[in-house]
Design a protein around this ligand. Structure first.
Ligand code: GDP
Ligand code: MN
Ligand code: MN
Length: 251
């Protein structure tokens, strides 16, 4: 398997035809998967905004004041307002904001970025990354994964995850296959889109590298049972349920 960045992409602006810009620079073949950083999908879709577009209501002001008090840093209530407007559920409100976005992804600050957004204050995630991926997939003719860099519980460090995909299953369902002892696998569902996103993110980097798209060549997408769910239901997500009982307390 080979993972390589697509060279020479410009700064992406609202209305840009991202698929055309990629197709002009990448000689895609049928064994490719295209991984695109959500940052450029968002820019093309006009998701960059100034904070003035999010006048803070009382809830956002309350959240920002508490975060400022806890962290000792200035917190703009308009940023908290943007996070609330992007979210359907607030899982953690201190010492940072963790929410569920409208499309089902759980992320810090609803995945809103302040880096790599020249000319605007903030960049929201794509409104429906699966649909963004479907449009790119329809134009490019190969599977597409839309990625974002996210933190994770239990472990230090951020890494790439898939927030949308088209043309490939979310997971390789190993259940019913056998291990080397002949024992039937009962639970393993391998999130191949997250693994592809993480591999792609390694070559994209996080800074000013200017490489928002990677092509994965030679990942075998045939010969296994796929499963399509990316986000857990709250009903079967016991870690998330436990958060309902938890609240941040300073000693
Ligand atoms: P995220 O992981 O989706 O939040 O995206 P990042 O901000 O980490 O950016 C991923 C990569 O894309 C980095 O190499 C950035 O320098 C690059 N990048 C971000 N925006 C643009 C853009 O508009 N044009 C180009 N050419 N590269 C960009
Ligand atoms: Mn991001
Ligand atoms: Mn990133």
């Amino acid at each position: 398997m080979n993972v390589s960045p697509v060279p020479g992409l410009p700064e992406i602006r609202e209305g840009d035809d991202l698929a055309a810009l990629i197709a002009e620079r990448a000689d895609l073949d049928s064994a490719d998967v295209v991984c695109v950083a959500s940052t450029v999908v968002s820019k093309a879709e006009g998701r960059a905004h100034d904070l003035d577009a999010f006048p803070a209501g009382p809830r956002a002001t309350e959240i920002a004041d508490r975060l400022a008090e806890i962290t000792g840093e200035e917190k703009d209530p308009r940023f908290a307002q943007a996070v609330l407007e992007e979210s359907t559920d607030l899982l953690i409100e201190a010492p940072f904001l963790l929410t569920e976005t409208r499309f089902g992804h759980v992320g810090v600050n609803a995945g809103i970025d302040r880096s790599n957004v020249p000319g605007s204050d903030i960049l929201l995630l794509p409104e429906r990354p699966d649909e963004s991926a479907r449009r790119l997939h329809a134009s490019l003719g190969v599977p597409v994964v839309v990625t974002d860099t996210c933190g994770r519980p239990f472990r230090h460090g951020q890494r790439g995850v898939a927030i949308g995909r088209a043309g490939l299953p979310a997971s390789h369902d190993w259940r019913g296959e056998h291990d080397r002892d002949g024992r039937e696998l009962g639970v393993t569902v391998e999130s191949i889109v997250d693994e592809l996103a993480a591999a792609a993110n390694l070559v994209l980097g996080e800074g000013g590298g200017g490489e928002p798209v990677a092509v994965v060549n030679g990942f075998e997408l045939d010969g296994f049972e796929g499963s399509d769910e990316l986000f857990r239901d709250v009903e079967t997500d016991f870690v998330r349920q436990a958060l309902r009982e938890w609240s941040y307390a300073r000693d």
